[in-house]
Design a protein around this ligand. Sequence first.
Ligand SMILES: Cc1ncc(COP(=O)(O)O)c(C=O)c1O
Length: 406
Amino acid sequence: MKDLSKPVYPGALVYGEEETQSVAEVIENQSPFRYYGPNLQGKASAFEKEATELFGVKHALAVSSGTAALMVSLRALGVGPGDEVIIPSVTFIACAGSVVSCNAVPIFCDVDESLNMDPEALERCITPRTKVIMVVHLQGSSADMTRIMAIAKRYKLKVIEDSAQSFGAKYKGKYVGTMGDIGTFSLQINKTITAGEGGLVITNDENLYKRAIMAHDQGNIRDASGHVVVDPTCPGFYGENYRMSDLTGAVALMQIRKITDIVNKMRINARKIIDGLNEIPNLYWRKDYDEEGSSYVSLAIYLPTAEDAIQAQKECKERKVSGARLYQGLPTYAYPFVLNKLTVHPSGCPFTCPHYKGKPEYHMGMCPTAEDLIGRALFIQVSPLLTDEDIDYMVTNLKAILRKFV
Ligand SMILES: Cc1ncc(COP(=O)(O)O)c(C=O)c1O
């Protein structure tokens, strides 16, 4: 039997001749930079065009990573010293890190049973300093966007939808990433489609798009030939380099063409696993705000205690089936450097910044639901490549493990 406890890399495992050919075209034409070269292949821009078509949005910008996508989005929205950005307490560290890198302060919001931002907790996190709500759609399942968007509207706050883990997932018929002001994605290898590294920003807002372009390309604007132009009517601002190379674009373009197929297969396989495991009565599943739309990167079941989840993880490994804790069962703020507000520079900015008038206290216990649920959640990764035989094996073994705990 295969080892089904190994991590799943949905996009990378369906690499084929298309990706090889696409990269070869860039190499043969000696044009790896996306804006100009001896014989530009336009892969990154084709990837952007196909992203706008897939998501039905006006603008898409390819960038170098999901973290870059967050940085560029925060910059586009004007986040800086004195500002707070609300993020969920169960997410990847890049959410907090990108905010701090913009000299703003992350405020950790508790989650609900979906393990995504809890709208009620969100409202309690809002202060006069709040500039942006950064929603995360964890592991293919959407946050409660109807309520979150209503709160954002009431308080006139901007919304970034970090969809790094949920490429192709939907909420009530809409792709995640298309409901807020700006959506971000990652193409790192663990994600549903991948170019090894890479990222994407999408928006319908012309001004945010222009600012995102400048933020990702040293503040530059370029003419049709891809060369930088100095436009006296456009003052611009200092930026960084978060550009995608055309080599990465070559892979990203082939992968975005596969997203619908990959996600459909993950949905079918997830449904089979759910139905199989539901032979055990009263399993406590992670809440899903859209069971049809979820891309089911993984399924999560809450066990009675964190110790149970640790034991179940061990048994899953022994039986060679998927079942693991995410983020070592801890909320994002459990990192010592987060709790102690340790920044790269000894000044401690943004926490000590004179522009910042808040005094956030980060301590264990501050988001009790997050600490409880992420501790005892067992995540079962769903590969698009599972056969019916694999699924039978997984269900039989997972049932044997789970029965001991529920
Ligand atoms: C929720 C979330 N946001 C942002 C990122 C950052 O993406 P990248 O690793 O491409 O920088 C990740 C990556 O794991 C993520 O899971």
